[in-house]
Design a protein around this ligand. Structure first.
Ligand code: C5P
Length: 226
């Protein structure tokens, strides 16, 4: 269907997974492919939105019609989101952001030395970008959407996370051994700060993307032509 219900809107979507460098050749990372965030970006373009995609280390091709900003680390992702957010009607954090990063960066490759035990890797906390975007609300009426992966007690855990982060919608993915990370399909429930609960049956990430935009389009304040 040619629903142009996001025409005149600017949406900012993060996708992929951050990489936190240890030295010039090594990093701490995660298995996020970027598929869900890219599906969200493509669907938003199709529905008429201006789309900024902040992409962390995804191998996927740039979605046609989106502005793509490439980042590596959580700190860079935060900067790109804070830069784009003031102009956005909707912000979606679909990226898998590392909770921690190495406390130090070695400018030369870390070497193993004969007879020496390895140094432990000290970590420091990364900023919680979703919580920050939710608290700031760069624009009145701006909608903030987060993602969460839970293995059990999906709804109660999701509700607690939604409250903690302060976002409007939280897409809670049910994850298990063969589910979600890098997969083509997933199963989710979308929780709203208004108490709503929208189950999304096991299916393609494109279908979940459409459900997210359906809920967003319904919740957005009327468009202004400013
Ligand atoms: O706390 P948790 O990692 O489960 O939360 C997931 C949600 O929070 C996702 O939307 C993710 O993009 C976002 N997040 C973030 N900054 C972090 C960690 C997660 O924005 N440091």
């Amino acid at each position: 269907g040619a629903r142009r219900d996001l025409a005149g809107r600017h949406v900012v979507v993060s996708a992929g997974g951050t990489r936190e460098p240890l030295d010039p050749v090594r990093f701490l990372g995660n298995r996020s492919s970027g598929k869900q965030g890219y599906a969200l970006a493509r669907a938003a373009v199709a529905r008429g939105a201006r789309v900024t995609l902040v992409s962390a280390n995804s191998a996927l091709p740039d979605p046609a019609g989106a502005d793509v900003v490439r980042v590596g680390t959580a700190v860079q992702l935060r900067e790109a989101m804070l830069k784009a957010a003031p102009d956005a009607d909707v912000v979606v954090m679909a990226a898998a952001v590392a909770d921690f990063r190495p406390a130090t960066y070695a400018t030369g490759k870390i070497k193993k030395r004969d007879g020496q035990e390895p140094e432990p890797i000290a970590l420091v906390r990364n900023p919680d970008i979703l919580a920050e975007l939710s608290a700031e609300r760069a624009r009145p009426g701006q909608l903030v959407v987060g993602f969460a992966a839970e293995t059990d007690d999906v709804v109660p855990n999701g509700r607690a996370k939604l409250a903690r982060k302060g976002c409007d919608l939280l897409v809670v993915n049910e994850v298990g051994e063969h589910k979600t990370f890098g997969a083509e399909e997933n199963e989710a429930v979308v929780l709203g700060a208004d108490g709503s609960e929208t189950p999304v049956p096991y299916g393609p990430k494109e279908a979940l993307a459409e459900t997210v935009w359906d809920l967003v389009a319904r919740a957005l304040p009327p468009a202004t032509d400013a």
